[in-house]
Write a protein that binds this ligand. Sequence first.
Ligand SMILES: Cc1ncc(COP(=O)(O)O)c(C=O)c1O
Length: 434
Amino acid sequence: MTTQPNNLDQWFDHYADRASGLAASEVRALFAVASRPEVVSLAGGMPYVSALPQDLITDSINRVMRDRGPAALQYGSGQGLPALREQILEVMALEGIQASVDDVVVTTGSQHALELVTKLFINPGDVVLAEGPSYVTALVVFRSFQAEIAHVEMDEFGLVPDSLRAHIAAVRAAGKTIKLLYTVPTFSNPAGVTLSWQRRIDVLEIARENGILVLEDNPYGLLYFDGPPPHAMRSVEEEGVIYLGTFSKTLAPGFRVGWVLAPHAVREKLILANEAAVLSPSSFTQSVISEYMSVADWKGQIGTFRDVYRERRDAMLTALDDYLPDLDWTVPNGGFYVWVTLPNNLDSKSMLPRAVKELVAYTPGTAFYADGNGRSNMRLSFCYPTPEFIREGVRRLSTVVNGERELLNTFSQTAPLTIAPPARSMINPPANLS
Ligand SMILES: Cc1ncc(COP(=O)(O)O)c(C=O)c1O
């Protein structure tokens, strides 16, 4: 790491090398502006928690305090509350996973699980294979442990097995060690696509053949719109998969409760790492979730979320069709995100300040790549704004995109812009979209 003490931080040259992976994103300052109420933000991934039964949650909190207050306010087990771990098995069973309660470790959100797994497996210079594009804050974690990230191509059916094989061969030929394959196979963040069943089998087979551990991150699998997705990868492979789940999207992120389901031996290490990091996950929020799940119709509530997000997804797709018909985008069957491919030469990152000025925000595609790709992509989230705001947001976006196009056409020496075919490692639009 370069050491240049400066006036703002007298400890600048004291940081560990791994801290260099923790650079603030260039768009962070803009996002502070984008959180103003007059801006339609299609940028964040905040669940619409107002759709929760607030009274039932309040009742659960009150009952926890009344019936087991001292225990709920105490330190707990480093593995998590046994009653909640039993209930987590019920959640995972909905995605085809059969597991032992002993192999579940509760964490402070699945983000924390990502950190623990990375801490356990990654030495500086080890390679993590990840979808291109990948969940941005997983990339931040991998980088903070000085991993190298190699992006594997995706299309509308998720990770491309041939690309996975090619990357494994190339990384090995370069003499590097691959430790993990990180994937969000269902309603991925940011691409909104789902790995088909056949590809799940193929990817697991490739990972098994090559001795690569699969890190399956599945926050969105139960939030489907048009029919259930394929079962989790962990449902067919126990020893080769570490599975991450969370209550953040099906209940609320404010509880900060997620979990890891790991092979037996890995689980032991995870508990120790969890204890080293937080002693125990929050007894209080685990107790509240456990209480809520034992009295509320939590499956029905997930159904309510599906209805809310389906309506918003539809609003976004209709608005894109109406206002930006010549762009390409993915059509998610669940989750929170649509991945848009811009016409050739338009740069989502440099366009963002103009978008924020027009009172709409999105996340530039570059955030989701470790290698600078993604300039012609943007992630649009439909989870938080109402359908009306989503439509207005896309309308504002269309004025920005069209204005930018005109500008480029005016100053370009070349022919007027046309829609470019998706470049390497971009998501191909589904065939049913023009
Ligand atoms: C793919 C993915 N993994 C992990 C997380 C972290 O979620 P949690 O709130 O459980 O830490 C998110 C949050 O948006 C996510 O999209």
